[in-house]
Design a protein. Structure first.
Length: 600
């Protein structure tokens, strides 16, 4: 959460910061700010609201060639201009942006900052006030910065500028993502390479507990102890056009439409020249060697994990359990003798998942991360990575990453089964190709879904999704999509569970969306629909070709039974999209949310 961009060079900084922040807005968008250093002073701009408001606020700014900017997702202190970053020290000499949470900020305030007047309610302000206090003692900004950083507990990505130093942006990081981008006569700092791709595609990773001094012509990475670290840059493999909406009104719609293409790319990436599955031998060995898989994830990725568990158990014969990352530490199961942890995360930055990863690595276990961002924290810190190849996902509501996760999990399960010598009557690449075609048919049916929404979800305050077997998992995802972007109170239930309590909520006209793509439960889920219909529900059945009945609201093309979540979720995504549009909601940036949740 929160996005940081910094620039030091010879060009005008303002536009570089604003354009970068606009690309990072998916990380948080309740307030924004920037500080630019011109020949004389630091000019500070902060607004409640979006980057567009910041752009307006900075229209008349003069030339400045270095600066730092921030887009916020509030943790400590409400979204407001005062709480927006950058924050300044009491004298105004030091200015700082921060992403993360400083866990010991109260202690630091009491121990070191007695009598200092604070201008915000944030944990962040403590850092910049500490820099000033330490400067008074050490009379050296780099040392004051280092001393300050060594006092912090928690997560942080930090950029600091000093009014008296026109040559350096001071940078530090722990747990929260931050990169330094390298240029000719300029350098940048960014939470995500996507934000500064127009400037450079060369990036330096920064590791936890490192400090970086970023100037126009050089970048020096140091350990907290002061030891200088040599590191080679990497080339960011992102196509700038993938980060643009193009002709689409929203990223979410673009990303829904990209799903057939993503399926085909996954087929390509996981296939060798002899049409066999292509996976890293180390991953294969780890999968073969483990006696149980523990899937750790959050939100949509957790829902993909539920589907993946079925693959691993049914196809590869490995017991698997799926855990919500934020709960794992409190309810840690008894672990098997030889566990393998599989982290599923679109962003690879989810703090809840990362804290489990740190814990299980300390316990000496192996981890595989399945992510859309190979250089991300979860990818770097795990033993192995499988890439989703979905291209940047920018809408807060995850769509193409979910289907990519399920596809990669299917490939992983089949590959493991084959490595273990098991015979399977299932060719994942061929079946995924059929899925890609089916997805195309579905994304061509937007008007039908829009009509369904108009007729059935227009003014409702709640909606229920019911399904059995793997349809149930898709219902959880369908409900999450609908609630997060349309604010309709939506819940997904196992069809058989409704009558154990939730059916009490069914009133005349309550929308109940039922999924019927599984032959073995087709009869029972339709009985559950009868039960709610008898109590006045407005039922809509989404079935699969071959299992459909005349009265069904929507029929998805036939695909292999194990892969139905990949197609049945598409109308669910579109349902959520049109419901949000219909209610005039901000589809790509729903209220209170952020794309990557980098705080616990
Ligand atoms: O980046 P991750 O996959 O780890 O993110 C996990 C969740 O925060 C994410 O899936 C969230 O639930 C989505 N906004 C749902 O659309």
């Amino acid at each position: 959460m929160c996005g940081i961009v910094g620039y030091i060079g010879y060009k005008d900084t303002k536009d570089i910061l604003l354009n970068g922040l606009a690309k990072l807005e998916y990380r948080g968008y309740d307030s924004a700010g920037m500080a630019v250093l011109d020949e004389e002073t630091i000019n500070l701009f902060k607004v409640k609201g979006r980057i567009a408001a910041l752009r307006k606020r900075t229209e008349d700014t003069g030339l400045a060639t270095m600066g730092i900017g921030h887009t916020r997702w509030a943790t400590h202190g409400a979204p407001s201009a005062d709480n927006a970053h950058p924050h300044q020290s009491a004298s105004g000499r030091f200015t700082l942006v921060h992403n993360g949470v400083i866990e010991n900020y109260q202690e630091l305030k009491e121990d070191y900052l007695d009598g200092v007047a604070f201008g915000s309610e944030t944990d962040t302000e403590v850092i910049v006030q500490l820099v000033e206090t330490n400067y008074e003692r050490y009379q050296d900004t780099a040392e004051a910065f280092r001393q300050t950083i060594s006092l912090l507990r928690g997560s942080y990505a930090i950029g600091l500028i000093d009014r008296e130093d026109h040559e350096t942006i001071y940078v530090a990081k722990n747990k929260s993502p931050l990169l330094v981008g390298l240029g000719d006569g300029f350098n940048v700092v960014t939470s995500d390479a996507m934000a500064t791709l127009k400037e450079t595609d060369q990036y330096l990773e920064i590791f936890d507990q490192e400090i970086v001094l970023v100037s126009r012509h050089f970048v020096e990475v140091q350990k907290l102890s002061g030891t200088v670290v040599n590191r080679q840059p990497f080339t960011a493999q992102i196509d700038v056009s993938d980060t643009e909406k193009g002709t689409y009104p929203h990223f979410m719609l673009k990303e829904i439409d990209e799903q057939p293409f993503v399926m085909r790319r996954i087929i390509q990436e996981y296939q060798d020249e002899r049409d066999r599955l292509k996976l890293d031998q180390d991953v294969r060995n780890a999968m073969k060697a483990c006696d149980r898989i523990y899937i750790i994830a959050a939100g949509t990725s957790y829902h993909a994990g539920l589907v993946g568990k079925q693959f691993l158990e049914k196809m590869a014969g490995i017991p698997a359990e799926v855990h919500v990352a934020s709960e794992f530490s409190y309810n840690m199961p008894l672990l098997s003798e030889n566990p393998l942890f599989v982290f599923i995360s679109q962003s690879g930055e989810t703090a809840d998942s990362r804290s489990v990863l740190v814990k299980i690595k300390e316990m000496g276990h192996q981890a595989l991360t399945i992510t859309n961002v190979p250089g991300s924290t979860l990818s770097r810190e795990a033993d192995f990575t499988l890439h989703l190849h979905a291209g940047p996902e920018i809408a807060v509501a995850s769509t193409k990453a979910y289907t990519a996760q399920i596809a990669v999990l299917a490939i992983l399960a089949v590959d493991t089964a084959r490595a273990k010598g098991m015979k399977l009557d299932f060719d994942p690449l061929q079946e995924l190709a059929i899925v890609a075609n089916a997805m195309e048919v579905l994304t061509d049916q937007k008007e039908t879904i829009e009509e369904l929404v108009r007729d059935n979800l227009g003014t409702t305050r709640n909606a229920f999704f019911i399904g059995r077997s793997s349809d149930y998992f898709v219902c959880l995802e369908g409900a999450l999509k609908l609630k997060e972007i349309s604010y309709i109170q939506a819940e997904g239930f196992a069809g058989g569970e409704l009558k154990h309590g939730t059916i009490a909520l069914i009133e005349e006209g309550t929308p109940v969306i039922a999924l019927a793509t599984q032959e073995n439960v087709n009869y029972s889920i339709r009985s559950n629909v009868q039960e709610v219909a008898a109590r006045g529900a407005n039922d809509m059945i989404l079935s699969m070709k071959g299992l459909e009945q005349d009265t069904d609201a929507f029929v998805v093309p036939h695909v292999h039974e194990l892969l139905t979540p990949l197609v049945s979720v598409v109308p669910m995504q579109l349902l959520a999209y049109y419901a949000a549009l219909h209610r005039d909601c901000d589809v790509d940036k729903p209220r209170n949310l952020a794309k990557s949740v980098t705080v616990e």
